[in-house]
Design a protein around this ligand. Sequence first.
Ligand code: C6P
Length: 422
Amino acid sequence: MTTDAVADAQIGRLPVALAVEEIRRDFPAMELKVYGKPLAYLDNAATSQKPRSVIDAEAHWYLESCANVHRGVHALSVRATAAYESARQKVASFVNAASAREIVFVKGTTDAVNLVAGSFARGRLDPGDEIVITGLEHHSNIVPWQLVCEDRGAKLRVARLDDRGDVDMEEFARLLSERTKMVAVSHVSNALGTINPVERMIELAHERDIPILIDGAQAVPHKKVDVQALGCDFYAFSSHKMFGPTGVGALYGRHDLLAAMPPYQGGGEMIRTVSFERTEYAEPPARFEAGTPNIAGAVGFGAAVDYLERIGLDRIEAYEDELLAYATAELEAVPGVRLIGTARRKAAVLSFVIGDVHAHDVGTILDQEGVAIRTGHHCAQPVMQHFGVPATSRASLAFYNTREEVDRLVVGLDKIREVFGG
Ligand code: C6P
């Protein structure tokens, strides 16, 4: 972290809003211009921008510690292994896992869910068994369960959403039965911003001894997550959405569960001994990290955790809540805008439609104004079906975004109204 202002904000000397201008200087992308206009990057749910400390950590690793991990006795390999395992420890502390052994480095959330579906759920499913998810899941928390259900003759059950985009909790509770072998829910919806009552969901699942996975891809960048306080069995997240590199993420798994799971993939590093007759597997997390891992990515991931902790998740959440309230009021005031997803508890995601304008036209015109948002179904087609729209425009905010950037979004929407009428 390069700024004194952030440190000042941490000890309460400056209002968080003031520190944000300083924080922006840590992110080279905040200097970018598109079509000659300053970039207003409002697509953080897709991926976030990276602070220089993350970029430098990764470059530094390539420059000074580049070697394979867990395989060599030479100095560079020892250094690389130390950096990789130190990143695991940082990620473990970040989500308050009981031990670094409970953190498996994966490619990202998608990979983590597939690992649990393939290695944990598959062996527990008999024909007629059920897996329960909710109506707001990202495809990454639907399709892996569908695949395993198909394979085992099991059934996917879905707790529906209400008109605001909240999960119907009565139905969720009703769906849990002696047939349910797994529950998998998002902490925060990427398409709607809904914050699920995961504490209650975990409690309900555990009352029936059902294991539960939380897809935390959209939660960890925005709020403090404590896997032990939550009591979940698995928690999946991606580095690239939390200001770290792409291609790396983490699966938190309770150690006793990981220890009882068969490998997900076979290869180097996940074994204890190999012969043609019989292979013994390594203990977790190595058991689930076959092949050379994304070492540089993990190091950058650790640096992203350091960065977030220096700012403080509580401050980030408070700032984003304020910005969300501002953006919600501003968007609601634009004639023709309909917000999709008005859940009681929301993170900083604003999905909307404007009149009959196609979402891709909205995205293209805003892009010309330097405002980057995502348009489409956001890999959550069932959510679109629920709200009866083919696509939405989605602005997703991070702690480096400002009210001025929200104002530029609104000015862009006014231009769209001029072009398309309304
Ligand atoms: N959502 C979005 O624009 P990966 O791609 O594996 O890092 O994350 C997948 C994923 C899983 N769950 C949720 C809730 C997500 O939001 C995402 C990724 C991005 O909304 C890209 S589709």
